[in-house]
Design a protein around this ligand. Structure first.
Ligand SMILES: Nc1nc2c(ncn2[C@@H]2O[C@H](COP(=O)(O)OP(=O)(O)OP(=O)(O)O)[C@@H](O)[C@H]2O)c(=O)[nH]1
Ligand SMILES: [Mg+2]
Length: 364
């Protein structure tokens, strides 16, 4: 998962660290610290005789502090500590290089720009202590910037808890991206949380689609509502909702046929499904490995049929990470789940740390 991006970013943060180091300006931070009474006797050295000003610690006195400060107690000692202040010069060029690396990894242009802008804001003017590693500072700034564009995700469990039942969830997206598999994985996830589920076989279009979802539901022990191949999917999903109402089922999971946003008939069919089934949540499903294509398709879907969140599948097969980083920021809708394998448990509720750890974590 994201191995290519991980390698590239580790290289560029090292480089950025060097740029930060060479573009840092040395500065002396001056702070006034009250002198202790015991050392502030007439015999005490005056400020100009104080030891090396780079030593910033005031030695504690053995004598008790006076109750009321006398004349010498009011004296301050000048403490000087050396720091680096990161300047814009030099960082700019390195950030541009980072932007190129992000673009090569299929991060969408506005997202790459948002990341480098965020980093610049965090880095420029930062005070760095002499022994602090510039690479560490850069890596932290990059993590914060990526967290910013990833967003917080979507708390599906919380939504289901607080929402009137049944919660009706429709999955849509282009062909073969993992909608049906995701329905099965979400059913498994919800069942494990003690949430009851019914699935609607809303793909009546593709041969074998009903059988595919039936196999999953049989394996999981989940109720399936299905009609014949070629039937109106709105009718199937209407019946599914009615079943859920009659049986106090918590969640309706509606599968649908794969479609492209420019297939007018299929998009009209989706509109009809929306009107009839009245989904509470529409999740757009696409595959991480499709990179830029996934982001562009998500944008088109968003314009055509407003969604509530994104399920990104096949993250386990993605080297670049660009779609995962870009998709939520680009369409302004949260990531909900990440599909990370073929098994039922391989559906992870999205949290930014899933992606941050994959990019910056240790060797797998
Ligand atoms: N490695 C991996 N494979 C996945 C994941 N999600 C789905 N797949 C595989 O992707 C293929 C297509 O999945 P489907 O669930 O049939 O996709 P779909 O979107 O329903 O396809 P259509 O109904 O034809 O539009 C299957 O072989 C799945 O096993 C995932 O997270 N990781
Ligand atoms: Mg399907």
């Amino acid at each position: 998962m994201f191995e290519g991006l991980k390698k590239k970013l580790s290289g560029i943060t090292k480089k950025l660290g060097h740029s930060v180091e060479s573009s840092s300006m040395t500065t002396e931070i001056k702070a006034e610290v009250p002198m202790l009474e015991a050392s502030a006797s007439p015999d005490a050295p005056n400020i100009s005789e104080m030891p090396n000003p780079e030593i910033s610690h005031v030695q504690p006195s053995v004598a008790p502090a006076p109750k009321t400060p006398g004349f010498f107690g009011k004296l301050k000692m000048l403490v000087i500590e050396r720091e680096f202040v990161l300047s814009e010069k030099g960082i700019d060029e390195a950030l541009l290089e980072l932007q190129m690396v992000l673009l090569e990894s299929d991060v969408a242009f506005p997202v790459a720009e948002a990341i480098t802008n965020h980093m610049k804001k965090e880095l420029v003017g930062t005070h760095r202590k002499i022994r602090e590693s510039p690479e560490g500072i850069v890596t932290n700034a990059l993590k914060h910037a990526i967290e910013e564009v990833l967003g917080d995700g979507f708390d599906l469990a919380g939504y289901i808890k607080s929402h009137e039942k049944p919660v009706k969830i429709l999955l849509t997206g282009v062909n073969g991206t993992g909608k049906t598999t995701s329905i099965a994985k979400i059913a498994y996830y919800l069942q494990n949380q003690g949430t009851s589920v019914v699935v609607g076989a809303g793909d009546t279009f593709r041969a074998g689609a009903i059988e595919q979802i039936r196999v999953h539901c049989d394996r999981l022990g989940v109720k399936l509502i299905a009609h014949q191949e070629g039937a109106d999917p709105s009718a199937v999903l209407y019946d599914t909702v009615e079943y859920a109402k009659a049986h106090n089922t918590d969640v309706v999971l509606a599968d649908s046929a794969g479609r492209f946003h420019n297939r007018v008939n299929l998009m009209n069919q989706l509109e009809k499904i929306k009107r009839v089934m009245k989904p509470d949540l529409i999740f757009y499903v696409d595959e991480a490995a499709a990179g830029n294509d996934a982001v562009i398709r998500a944008e088109e879907f968003e314009k055509t049929i407003s969604t509530d969140g994104v399920i990104l599948t096949k993250v386990d097969m993605d080297q670049k990470g660009g779609a995962a980083i870009s998709i939520a920021y680009t369409i302004g809708k949260p990531l909900v789940f990440l599909g990370v394998g073929q098994g039922y448990p391989d559906m992870k509720p999205f949290t930014p740390s899933l992606i941050i750890d994959a990019i910056f974590g240790g060797e797998e």
